[in-house]
Design a protein. Sequence first.
Length: 168
Amino acid sequence: MNKPLHKFFTEDHRRIEDLLDKATGNPDEYRMEYYQQFRTGLLTHIKMEEKILFPAAQKANNNVPLPIAARLRLEHGALTALMVPPPTEELIKVIRYLLEQHDIAEEEPGGMYDACENLTQHQTQELLDQLSKVTEVPLNPLNHAPFALEAAKRALQRAGYDYDEIVK
Ligand SMILES: [Fe+2]
Ligand SMILES: [Fe+2]
């Protein structure tokens, strides 16, 4: 089966991972121009899912949220909060870990993207058109205050993950 939405979002996952790899390739000196592109890419990707793809799927599902949607939304909240503190080795490890779990749940056979694709079959092109028009999320500066990291840890906890366990 041709799966244009699955392809669109999966390719965006790979593009975003590539930006993170470029940003953190040298652990002694992160390349912030790539890290900022990574933050913009990830936040804009989440916006496309939360504002366009997931609502369209829910609507096509008689307005019943898909079972996995609540978990993915909590993870989007955690990823968004993790974009606020400045990157450190620990923070990057946690971001990578959560992104991996999250992307599997979306991409795997029978996962969120397949469910969305099936439910919205009659409007695939319309959704692709809407997605192509999404504007980039404007970035706030990184926040070096300790509470920014604490808030990210709490958001992660709400999504069912423990920061300190992941960095161990
Ligand atoms: Fe997502
Ligand atoms: Fe995604």
